[in-house]
Design a protein around this ligand. Structure first.
Ligand code: DQA
Length: 145
């Protein structure tokens, strides 16, 4: 079973981008840790990052054909992209919404997630462990069936 970890805009700059908010780890470091966990759990895992809304949508469309679930940090698109929301709603595999920071404790605009209603669930505020928790959440979803 394959899982896609999909990261959106500005997450390629993790480690140098606002470290007080997002931590010191690069996306590569986070992904490497996640790859180990996934292997321990018996999953294939694939990583993709894009700063573009359309590319993220294309990636969700492709995932529906060959992945069992998606871990998605849509970055700022979370708060206003109806197009990404519709893409998630269009595919049948579970998508877990992830944020490193606690979006509900920050600026007002971050308190709205237009993707949350069409995701299986959301994890926010645990730094890089948000992704690890999302992996366990997907494992739980697969066991539900
Ligand atoms: C983020 C939170 C978003 O509000 C922000 O735009 C990001 C990162 C997070 O992981 O905490 O780019 O998704």
């Amino acid at each position: 079973m394959k899982i896609l970890v999909l990261n959106g805009p500005n997450l390629n700059l993790l480690g140098e981008r606002e470290p007080a908010v997002y931590g010191d780890n690069s996306l590569e470091t986070i992904n490497a840790e996640l790859a180990k966990k996934a292997a321990d759990m018996g999953y294939d895992i694939e990583f993709f990052q894009s700063n573009g809304e359309g590319t993220i949508i294309d990636s969700l469309h492709t995932a529906r054909l060959d992945c069992a679930g998606v871990i998605l940090n849509a970055g700022a698109y979370t708060h206003y992209s109806y197009a990404i929301r519709d893409a998630i709603a269009a595919i049948k595999i579970p998508v877990i919404e992830v944020h490193l920071s606690n979006v509900d404790s920050r600026e007002e605009f971050r308190k709205t997630s237009v993707i949350a209603p069409v995701c299986k669930g959301s994890i926010s505020g645990f730094g890089k462990y948000s992704y690890v928790l999302a992996l366990s959440a997907l494992d739980y979803c697969f066991g539900e069936k």
